[in-house]
Design a protein around this ligand. Structure first.
Ligand SMILES: NC(=O)c1ccc[n+]([C@@H]2O[C@H](COP(=O)([O-])OP(=O)(O)OC[C@H]3O[C@@H](n4cnc5c(N)ncnc54)[C@H](O)[C@@H]3O)[C@@H](O)[C@H]2O)c1
Ligand SMILES: [Fe+2]
Length: 391
């Protein structure tokens, strides 16, 4: 085999119910006094968000709240937040929310101090032309408090997925030297998440772990992490949706989501995510829902390359059918349990839109680590199957 490099960088994570109470002391440890709290309207209306603002004010922080963010956030959302950051002379950022708020917070942190355009950081499109980090204050210090489980954006380093309205596609900005100084994983924040969002975001976490495991690079370190994430999803995803007040299930799903991001950040994702990005950019479909609908069709398409891995998963999960087919059966059963629609047609995608989705999916970079090399025709065949419900 050829020489490979494993580099996994994980920031400090405070994990457990009540850990959000440590936010003020973490900000103080970085000498931040004027934080920008980046969140979204749905999260801002939750009691934990109001309690966090009160906590920061009680500790004499001059906090500015920015919440003008939509799902599948846009560059315009980033620019509005940037204007707030500058107007209030903020000196740090707290991201509180799901992937949408976290990604906007990361994007503001990437550009606010150095004035570069966000798209200069599209590392996966053009790794040669990444801006050089100059000085200690090149990026704004930021910390992350996720409220979904989820995207794992708290542990995907710098990665932020932002909709480029000009080219109508989601693009991933990233700098390998840009990290949160701290992450707070407080599963209590998940207790008020609506049932459909618990299901969709949980399927996003599971898809991250499966795509990372199936990505071809030799990386036993991240494969081990992905396996544990899949095991946790197998045990707790349906439970966390079916019993919204089960704190043990929420806690384990928060862990599953965060660690899956460590795996995919090093190993990469696959064709499911390229299609989900296209569906998010073009039709504003929730990211987790898009993944959940498309996942079995992509696994079936990739089967010749991943059957041994799926068989191993079926054995490790102790499924009654310990074969790759058994694993696919489990995915479909789980989708039924979570009331995930079975086809693209069922989430209002039209047949005429499939070609545009395929074109956007090819332009996306996540499929570069798909176990089978992709092109537009292959995306069309997956999309047609997913539209018709023919696996
Ligand atoms: N950067 C990454 O590594 C990464 C990885 C995967 C996905 N993403 C991106 O993340 C975004 C999706 O994020 P998401 O799935 O977390 O959804 P989201 O952030 O868009 O939130 C969905 C909805 O849930 C609400 N919500 C969030 N937390 C809540 C809570 N605790 N209680 C009540 N309501 C709550 C929000 O107000 C919003 O209405 C997409 O744009 C996707 O592309 C990023
Ligand atoms: Fe995702």
């Amino acid at each position: 085999m050829s020489v490979v490099q494993w580099q996994v960088t994980v920031p400090s994570v405070l994990f457990g119910p009540g850990s959000i109470m440590q936010t003020a002391s973490l900000l103080s440890s970085q000498n931040i006094t004027r934080p920008l709290l980046v969140t979204d309207p749905g999260v801002l209306s939750q009691s934990f968000a109001q309690a966090l603002i009160a906590q920061l004010k009680d500790h004499a922080f001059n906090v500015t709240v920015f919440s003008d963010i939509k799902g599948n956030p846009t560059k315009q959302n980033v620019e509005s937040g940037l204007a707030y950051f500058k107007e209030k002379s903020c000196d740090g950022i707290v991201a509180l929310g799901g992937g949408s708020a976290i990604d906007v917070a990361k994007a503001i942190s990437l550009v606010a101090f150095n004035q570069n355009d966000l798209w200069l950081y599209c590392y996966f499109e053009n790794p040669q032309h990444l801006p050089l980090v100059e000085g200690d204050n090149f990026f704004v210090p930021f910390m992350v408090i996720p409220t979904t489980a989820g995207t794992g954006s708290e542990l995907s380093g710098s990665s932020c997925v932002i909709n480029d309205e000009t080219s109508q596609r989601k693009r991933v900005a990233y700098h390998p030297e840009h990290f949160p100084f701290a992450v707070i994983d407080d599963p209590q924040l998940l207790m008020g998440l609506p049932i459909n969002l618990s299901a969709w975001t949980g399927m996003d976490a599971l898809t991250h772990a499966i795509e990372a495991l199936c990505a071809p690079d030799y990386h036993p370190l991240c494969d081990g992490i992905a396996l544990e994430s899949i095991r946790l999803c197998h045990e707790y995803l349906a439970l966390s949706v079916g019993e919204p007040h089960n704190i043990e299930a929420k806690t384990q799903m928060m862990a599953a989501s965060s660690i899956a991001a460590v795996a995919f950040t090093s190993k990469g994702l696959g064709a499911v995510h390229s299609i989900a990005h296209a569906l998010g950019a073009l039709l504003d479909i929730h990211h987790g829902l898009a993944n959940a609908v498309v996942l079995p069709y992509v696994l079936r398409f990739n089967l010749t390359a991943i059957a041994p891995k799926l068989t191993r998963l079926a054995c490790l999960l102790d499924l009654s059918n310990r074969t790759a087919e058994g694993f696919l059966e489990w995915i479909n059963e789980l989708r039924d349990q979570l009331a995930i629609p079975k086809t693209l047609h069922a989430i209002d995608v039209t047949h005429e839109q499939l070609a545009d989705i395929a074109l956007l999916a090819v332009k996306d970079t996540e499929h570069h680590t798909n176990p089978i090399t992709m092109d537009k025709a292959k995306f069309m065949s997956i999309l047609t199957a997913a539209y018709q419900g023919v696996e």
